[in-house]
Design a protein around this ligand. Structure first.
Ligand SMILES: Cc1cc2nc3c(=O)[nH]c(=O)nc-3n(C[C@H](O)[C@H](O)[C@H](O)COP(=O)(O)O)c2cc1C
Length: 339
């Protein structure tokens, strides 16, 4: 069906297979600390995001039973498949953490080998593992042995331009039983700047026989199809392009189903979505935290709408839920009047 609909634009869009899961539309929401919490995941699910990841969760915090960590791990009542991402540097701790995570019945356990943050790298976690391939492989092997669910890895291309490891490391991870790899086409020392190198996504996809999910610089639905086409990857993961923009998934899916690209959301739809998200956030995290944690999401939803910067500043000062709701509703009224 998809081949038909996309004729002339993309040769074909195949389902993404990870272990026992067949994900018909191969588009994935990225794990993002401080962004992909339970309320935002519910918004992404409303927009039919085919596969979601939690925020990254520390192996140590998990094994020490830290209460904030239990909140990060709460995937109860959410649609499957869903992946829980863990990070750490010690194979035994990671195996223990994975066992604890498995009790919450995720579909997939993902290992973070890409986070560039100094406080993570200092502990030999995240992208630091790209400099320690032996350790990276030991961690993956220990986690694979510890759990029944499929284990995947998300990584960057290497530590720096002169130290590219993705194709070789991906192969070694496959050899110890990892069932899919996500590759963000940047090195650690690029952080989030510059352009993701899609040619390394292609090279890595060719080096392995498990699915490679490409990641980096997908802003519009068209970019996702371009990545599939240009790199031959099995799936595409979207990060910053879904912030304030869950429609990127619903538009992609509708495009695949009908052959017609739906228009981007209107200003009214974006304000409406911000209100729904705010309500869920406050319900989940309480008024004080919910109102504060929504500020960045509201800024992303309103980005580019006329008059948004004033509303955003007011939202950032608003003390409680009712105040934010009335700012958004007033804004919606003004937008309606201007139509
Ligand atoms: C605010 C923020 C938080 C992130 N948190 C995580 C995380 O918890 N785990 C992870 O593997 N990657 C994390 N990433 C990286 C993204 O998953 C993704 O690899 C990166 O943003 C590149 O994709 P993009 O160009 O589509 O944004 C984060 C990125 C951002 C901007």
């Amino acid at each position: 069906m998809y081949e038909q609909a996309l004729k002339g634009q993309v040769k074909e869009v195949r389902p993404l297979h990870i272990g026992p899961y067949r994900i018909t539309a191969p588009f994935v929401g990225a794990p993002m600390a401080g962004v992909t919490d339970k309320p935002f995941r519910s918004v992404l699910q409303d927009h039919n995001c085919p596969l979601l990841f939690t925020e990254m969760i520390s192996d140590k915090a998990l094994t020490y039973g830290n209460t904030n960590t239990l909140e990060l791990l709460d995937i109860s009542g959410e649609k499957r498949p869903i992946a829980v991402q863990i990070f750490g540097s010690d194979p035994d701790f990671m195996a223990k953490a994975a066992e604890l995570v498995e009790k919450h019945e995720p579909s997939i356990i993902d290992i973070n080998m890409g986070c560039p943050a100094p406080k993570i790298v200092r502990n030999q976690e995240g992208s630091c593992l790209l400099k320690m391939p032996e350790r990276a492989v030991e961690i993956a092997q220990a986690v694979v042995k510890a759990v029944q669910v499929p284990v995947t890895v998300k990584m960057r291309t290497g530590w720096s331009k002169g130290q590219i490891v993705a194709p070789e490391l991906a192969k070694r991870l496959e050899d110890v039983g990892v069932q899919a790899i996500t590759l963000h086409g940047r090195t650690r020392d690029m952080f989030y700047s510059g352009k993701a190198d899609w040619s390394l996504i292609q090279q890595t996809a060719e080096a392995i026989s498990i699915p490679l999910i490409g990641n980096g610089d997908i802003w519009e639905p068209e970019d996702a199809l371009r990545m599939l086409e240009e790199t031959g990857c099995a799936g595409v993961m979207i990060g910053r392009g879904m912030m304030g923009n869950p429609w990127i998934f619903s538009r992609l899916l509708q495009w695949m189903e009908t052959g017609n690209m739906p228009p981007p959301p209107t200003a009214l739809e974006r304000i409406e979505q911000a209100l729904i998200h705010l309500e869920r956030m406050v319900k989940q995290k309480g008024e004080y935290r919910g109102v504060r944690e929504m500020r960045s999401h509201i800024a992303w939803y309103l980005k580019g709408i006329a008059g948004a910067s004033k509303v955003r500043s007011a939202v950032n000062e608003a003390p409680d839920y009712d105040a934010v709701v009335s700012l958004l509703k007033d804004y919606r009224k003004r937008m309606e009047a201007s139509l």
